[in-house]
Design a binder for this molecule. Sequence first.
Ligand code: PLP
Length: 395
Amino acid sequence: MHWAGRLDTLGTEQAYLVLAAARRLEAAGHKVVHLEIGEPDMPTPPHVVEAGVRALRDGLTRYALAAGVPELRDAIARSLAARGVRAGPENVIVTPGAKPMLFCAALALIERGDEVLTPDPGFPIYESVARFAGGRPVYYPLDETRAFAPRVEAIAERITPRTRLLILNLPHNPTGGVAEPQDLARLAELARRHDLWVISDEVYGQIRYDGSRDSIAALPGMAERTVIVDGFSKGYSMTGWRLGYGIMPARLAEPMTTLVINNVSCTATFVQHAGLAALTGSQEPVTRMVSGLRAKRDLLVRGLNAIDGVSCATPVGAFYCFPDIGGALERTGLSCESFAERLLAEQHVAVLAGTAFGPGGTGHLRLCYATEPAELERALAGIRAFVHALAPVSA
Ligand code: PLP
């Protein structure tokens, strides 16, 4: 029996493969430091859990409206003011996570043969869904010398008459990079001039260490050509609840709702009520998490920069750092993939090779620092020991 060829175009996330390898080590009795999976380490805030449980007890267990529970759509629309975006509930569609919205947006916007500008390194699902939708991903590089801000010139150079869509992810996975306001304005100008759609993945928007909150959709003429992809997984530590949303022009929201009806029907009703509590309740747990993450970021970046052959930019957002280990690799002749594999096998530290995020990740690792400081110290000790034990390549 054959299945449809389009399945062969799908890529995946290496994080799940490395997690499986780490779990095998744990099953064999080893203690593993997990820096591979990207999720916050704080529990879901108790008032959010309570709202979800209350909704279940109150019988909110039936189908919701396809585009989302009206109160939640309303609260999401109001919450956008924090990033300067004016939206009403007619612009909001709720989905079970940000990923399904990304998938829907790709299917809704990409025609066969369209070129889709995607960051390299970048979240591997962009390339995967762009291909699945019939498009051709075109990588654009980031500027490591400016903590991985997008390089506007490099994006401009890659625009052709076939370019249809620019994917932005700010703050960025895997580097934690953000865009300066002037870069965002120049990107908006490019999108307007070349009549591009923009998918702006803002799932890490609440996790910024410079106190800023922005969105390209807030800039003149951009709300009508932007789909913001966002969700509750990262900012509210709700990865397992599966709750996300898209913000888009109302005229696109209508066919997009039909796509959602064909796909998931709706998002779990009680989960949406938990999300409503997250948005409308105290934001103190988020603030506390971000200040804890800042200390963890500083600990890890300092420790990495003290290792011979490793250099790490200080990320401005998200909870990842993306050290350049080129110096260590050069001395030993290893690739970043074999470095990551052996680091797990020999020191029981699980990280991702930079190339899990595209060819632009060559010579790098991605480490998620949303874990206990003691675990970060163990990871640093493991990386240090691993680098020191590596035999230099003979000249
Ligand atoms: N976008 C980016 C950049 C991510 O890193 C992730 C999760 O790792 C997602 C989207 C998916 O988020 P969700 O859990 O809401 O589907």
